[in-house]
Design a protein around this ligand. Structure first.
Ligand SMILES: NC(=O)c1ccc[n+]([C@@H]2O[C@H](COP(=O)([O-])OP(=O)(O)OC[C@H]3O[C@@H](n4cnc5c(N)ncnc54)[C@H](OP(=O)(O)O)[C@@H]3O)[C@@H](O)[C@H]2O)c1
Length: 429
């Protein structure tokens, strides 16, 4: 594990520990620290803008985990995104900062900058492509020069998709050329929902979706070559026999993250790039109609500041209860789970992709508990532990990376598998 020093005394600092997600991260890090041995004792601290609220979080976590020592032994660091000096002081004390302060488009950049300037690695759970890609454009060289890793999207967005793709590539015997993923979220009688901050990220992300095209132009990338047969894009709504329900294209950060990883593997590791399309199940016909009406209203409203104000003030109404200010209940969290299925095609060993249609298929799955706060937290904490344990297996000596690019040569998939995010090869139906 990366060495701590008297001046940098913490392996992990959880920034935004008072947030809805931050509180779960606190519990997961506490569990990990309790499992660590004397020779690898994990030292950690929490950070946020209110000492009192942080102390309350520690007390609550201590009660929930029956670990009274948490409320007295864990250091509390006061830091505010708007106070640069406070971020510097925080970043000087940690090897890895787990940034849970979002929406990232509003709060993320000063934290990335402070981490780079003060030599702390950075891990977040951002699902906002504009922020993730902009950080890569603006900070990759600076992070590389400083020997700092900045690894975004280490939550449910987009570790299961990105590492699921890596897993599928590794399991495929031959040249994998195209993959479609199908996300299914199952919930109990009370349904499932997300917390307000994720809804806000989505509202402002869709409102600003045009800027992504401009941003991508600035990278000046050539298009990735299409190897083998081109995979077709399905329609906007279609009946998926894979999911046995209607499905739509997945509008989160997964396609952006997976494509960036594929570019990294092509350019840095000379791997054959894999085409990727992502879909999500939405249920029966009634859900499709509801989604269509809600989607139209959403697209219209995000374009205007008054519309955005209404959307963010009344998340529950405009998302049909999918996002609420209170976030999911423990019962909803416990009863929810996800399955991400990858259907891939390609060419068996010894067959040239230029010689006709694909001749081999593969089906893999990533399965886990509730995505937003259980799988997200597991993924984020395991990503941080991998940075601490396997720093020398990360690419180059620093930089801004997707999870797939950063962890390509590490054991993160095994670590996730051992912590209830299961990867498997299935028989192709
Ligand atoms: N990738 C995924 O799958 C996934 C899953 C879950 C969440 N997320 C993302 O994670 C982020 C957090 O979500 P959440 O639901 O936990 O949000 P939240 O409950 O609103 O928490 C936000 C946190 O940010 C802190 N904060 C706000 N402004 C700050 C500032 N100026 N300085 C320092 N701290 C500040 C808040 O501290 P106070 O307590 O002081 O207000 C709080 O700790 C969102 O961007 C969300 O989209 C992603």
């Amino acid at each position: 594990m990366a060495a701590i020093t008297p001046t940098r005394p913490y392996h992990i600092i959880i920034f935004g520990a008072t947030g809805f997600t931050g509180q779960f991260v606190v519990e997961e890090v506490a569990r990990c620290a309790a499992e660590s041995t004397d020779s690898f004792s994990l030292k950690w601290a929490v950070a946020g803008r209110s000492r009192q609220r942080l102390e309350e979080v520690m007390k609550r976590a201590a009660g929930r985990l029956s670990m009274p020592e948490l409320s007295t032994d864990i250091e509390v660091i006061v830091a505010d995104v708007s106070i640069e000096e406070s971020l510097a002081i925080m970043c000087q004390q940690g090897v890895v900062i787990l940034n849970c302060v979002g929406p990232y488009r509003f709060h993320g950049e000063p934290v990335v900058k402070a981490c780079i300037e003060n030599g702390a690695h950075y891990v977040d759970i951002c699902g906002e492509p504009q922020f993730l890609e902009r950080m890569q454009l603006q900070y990759h060289t600076k992070a590389l020069d400083r020997g700092v890793y900045v690894i975004g999207s280490c939550g449910f967005d987009s570790i299961p998709a990105d590492l699921g793709m890596l897993y599928t590539q590794k399991q495929f015997k031959g040249t994998l050329t195209g993959v479609e993923s199908f996300l299914n979220i199952s919930s109990g009688t009370e349904g499932s929902c997300g917390h307000d901050a994720t809804w806000q990220s989505a509202v402002y992300g869709f409102a600003d979706s045009g800027s992504l095209r401009q941003l991508r132009k600035k990278f000046g990338h050539n298009p990735l070559p299409v190897v083998g047969a081109r995979i077709r894009k399905r329609g906007f709504v279609f009946y998926s026999k894979e999911l046995e329900q209607y499905a739509i294209p997945f509008m989160g950060s997964d396609p952006s993250v997976v494509k960036r990883t594929q570019r990294f593997l092509y350019e840095e590791e000379q791997q054959s790039p894999v085409q990727y399309n992502a879909y999500v199940g939405v249920g029966g016909l009634f859900s499709v109609v509801k989604l269509f009406c809600g989607g139209l209203l959403f697209w219209f409203m995000v374009k205007f500041s008054l519309g955005r104000k209404l959307l963010t003030t009344f998340p529950s109404i405009f998302s049909f209860g999918l996002f609420t200010k209170a976030g999911p209940t423990m019962k909803q969290i416990e009863d929810t789970a996800f399955t991400l299925t990858f259907l891939g095609e390609g060419y068996s060993e010894g067959t040239e992709p230029s010689q006709g249609p694909p001749n081999t298929k593969i089906c893999t799955q990533v399965v886990g508990a509730e995505p937003g706060y259980v799988a997200t937290v597991t993924a984020m904490v395991q990503a941080a532990v991998t940075v601490l344990d396997e720093l020398h297996s990360l690419p180059r000596r620093g930089g801004v990376y997707t999870p797939g690019a950063a962890f390509y040569k590490t054991s993160l998939i095994d670590r996730l598998h051992n912590h209830s995010i299961k990867f498997s090869v299935r028989s192709y139906q």
